[in-house]
Design a protein around this ligand. Structure first.
Ligand SMILES: [Zn+2]
Ligand SMILES: [Zn+2]
Length: 420
């Protein structure tokens, strides 16, 4: 028989919330006869006064204790009555205090709690309170999903707590919330899921061999429009950061595509066209996380053999996807730029060669460049701006080489002298 308890914690002696969040498990001195698999709610007293954490007993008297000394706030307040027995508690949920928490002391007093919470309370002896807590919990879980906004970033734990799903795999079915969370992890994916004209083309489950529509969550997704299962989409561009893309639905029949699998064998995959249930919401990702991802993939492509590369290239999706990337642009002064070009008089300031071509207006084509990059704090000033041929400009950004920088600085001095 599984029992349910409330334990209380003093936030002034020990930072229990942070400890659970960081460590996931804690050893607790046992003042009740809790048993493995029992549920223990942690009530945080004093100025907080609500249940913040739900845990499960996973072990009685563990052989080695978890080191949680970093979380002690006031050792004097800790009661030294080591009663001998300890239980290991694993956090299975966290209830935010900032948002509407229904498990406050006041509300529990209105719903069956008949005194202050000091020692352990066995909820199984208080049906009213137990019922209230269970109802509150399911309301809070429902609210959490409803309150998610497109672009919200969740950790894996938050995702698990929100949807009550497992902590791994790309498609996570949760019966408790009747949801299917789909995760397109661009840091790991074998294949590139993409957005084309507002439709997300998502590759199903199965890393080796042909994929099947009958297989596990592929089937759940395939049938999702005919069931009441809600489907939610997340994309990952940086490890451990799950960007919420909203609730989605199957937009069209899944279709098949040839892709190489984990072992580089060619096989058929199923691609699910998904559409957001609420339109007009687009996620904007940071350009550096996008770039990092791209760089990683380019490195991977470089490592492929010629044969592997050809196989992958042949199976490219042909229609490229689009993405909103948030880029910071430097607002440069047009006078400084124009002056730099005029000063250069059609000659690249690095290689000393004539501009390689004239633009439509017949002017020699040069580009302005900041010797010390604006992104590194360089000034948008006459002294820091040069005009370069496109070749040399690329060279400055790709090689970023000291010799070139020195040369530019030297050439700049000459020009400044001539102009005086
Ligand atoms: Zn040049
Ligand atoms: Zn530049």
């Amino acid at each position: 028989m599984i029992n349910t308890w409330i334990y209380s914690a003093d936030p002034n002696e020990y930072d229990v919330i942070r400890a659970f969040k960081d460590l996931g498990q804690l050893d607790w001195s046992m003042k009740s006869n809790a048993d493995v698999n029992d549920i223990v709610y942690i009530y945080i007293g004093y100025e907080i006064k609500n249940i913040a954490i739900k845990t499960k007993v996973i072990e009685i008297n563990p052989e080695e204790f978890i080191d949680d000394g970093d979380y002690v706030i006031n050792i004097d307040r800790m009661d030294g009555d080591n009663c001998g027995d300890y239980i290991r508690l694993k956090m299975i949920d966290y209830f935010d205090q900032d948002k509407e928490n229904l498990m406050t002391y006041e509300l529990m007093r209105d719903n069956g709690l008949n005194g202050p919470i000091r020692g352990p309370i066995k909820l199984d002896n208080n049906e009213q309170l137990k019922g209230y807590i269970e109802l509150s919990e399911s309301k809070m879980i429902k609210n959490r999903i409803e309150n998610l906004k497109v672009s919200d970033v969740l950790t894996n734990n938050q995702l698990m707590y929100t949807f009550k799903c497992s902590n791994s795999s790309g498609m996570r079915r949760a019966h408790k919330t009747n949801t299917l969370s789909i995760i397109s992890d661009h840091t790991k994916a074998l294949y590139e899921d993409r957005w084309i004209d507002g439709i997300f083309h998502y590759t199903g489950m199965g890393q080796v061999g042909h994929q099947s529509l009958d297989y596990a969550q592929n089937k759940v997704l395939y049938q999702s429009n005919d069931t009441d299962i809600k489907v939610y989409l997340f994309e990952v561009f940086e490890e451990g950061k799950y960007v919420f893309e909203g609730q989605v639905e199957l937009y069209d029949e899944p279709y098949q595509e040839e892709q190489t699998d984990k072992n580089n064998d060619i096989r058929n995959v199923w691609v699910f066209p998904l559409k957001r249930c609420n339109e007009n919401q687009d996620v904007v990702i940071k350009d550096n996380s996008y770039k990092k991802n791209k760089d990683k993939k380019e490195k991977k492509a470089k490592k492929l053999s010629d044969k592997e590369l050809l196989e992958k290239a042949k199976r490219a999706r042909k229609r490229s996807g689009t993405r909103n990337v948030n880029t910071v642009v430097y607002d440069r002064d047009e006078h400084v730029a124009e002056l730099a070009k005029r000063r250069a008089n059609g000659i690249c300031q690095l290689c000393g060669q004539k501009a390689p071509f004239n633009n439509n207006k017949g002017e020699p084509y040069l580009e302005t460049h900041h010797i010390e990059w604006l992104s590194r704090g360089g000034e948008d000033s006459i002294d820091n701006t040069v005009a370069l041929c496109p070749n040399c400009h690329k060279r400055m950004h790709i090689l970023d080489c000291n010799e070139d920088i020195k040369k530019l600085k030297k050439n700049m001095k000459r020009i400044v002298l001539i102009n005086q």
